[in-house]
Design a protein around this ligand. Structure first.
Ligand SMILES: [Zn+2]
Ligand SMILES: [Zn+2]
Length: 192
């Protein structure tokens, strides 16, 4: 392949091509060049990733089995603090010699590119609702403090919702009057 550009995820397999029965093991220590993940958690750019693979030459291509070790980073969906989730993900895929719909991955020239395989495996194992701990209580709906940091936190008995609505309306009316008066006069009025 004349256009081949090596990346941290490419592994040479020239010594395995069309030699069924041959096998190699490789370990890659990768500094992730470009982060990836879902909306709430992912592997950040620059994260350290360890990929251990076994490459076996088969008739159809190269069978790649192995696992990836990496720490994903994101936010607790309940209390919004930073969370780190260590992941260890196994994978096994055939990199075929021929481009065929039956196979997701192909040997390109004398290399296999593990990046799409590793990314897919990691993304599939990411939590959709990461939490800092299983019993995270989230944030106080009234004032927003993190409830795990404030055991026993509570407020006065909630005001009767009908009164709360009236109080809100009252506040709104005042604010509206001030807005209509214009900024200069309203600031004078506020001080009175
Ligand atoms: Zn939390
Ligand atoms: Zn509160």
């Amino acid at each position: 392949m004349s256009h081949f550009t090596p990346t941290p995820f490419t592994v040479p397999v020239f010594d395995l091509l069309h030699r069924p029965g041959e096998m190699r093991e490789r370990s890659l220590d990768i500094v992730v060049p470009e982060g990836f993940g879902n909306a709430v958690i992912g592997v950040k750019t620059g994260a350290e990733m360890r990929v251990d693979v076994r490459l076996e030459s088969l008739h159809d291509g190269i069978l790649v089995t192995g696992n990836v070790d990496v720490v994903a980073a994101g936010e607790c969906v309940r209390c919004l603090i930073d969370v780190e989730v260590p992941l260890e993900v196994d994978f096994a895929e055939l990199f075929a010699y021929s481009v065929d719909e039956a196979f997701d991955y192909t040997v390109s020239g004398e290399h296999v590119d593990l990046e799409p395989l590793v990314r897919d495996a990691v993304v599939l194992s990411l939590p959709f609702q990461p939490v800092c701990q299983e019993d995270c209580l989230g944030l106080c709906p009234q004032c927003g403090v993190r409830l795990l940091d404030n055991p026993g936190h509570k407020h006065e008995e909630p005001i009767d919702p009908r009164w709360a609505a009236l109080a809100g309306l009252d506040g709104l009316t005042e604010a509206n009057t001030q807005d209509v008066d214009g900024s200069a006069s309203s600031s004078t009025e506020e001080k009175r």
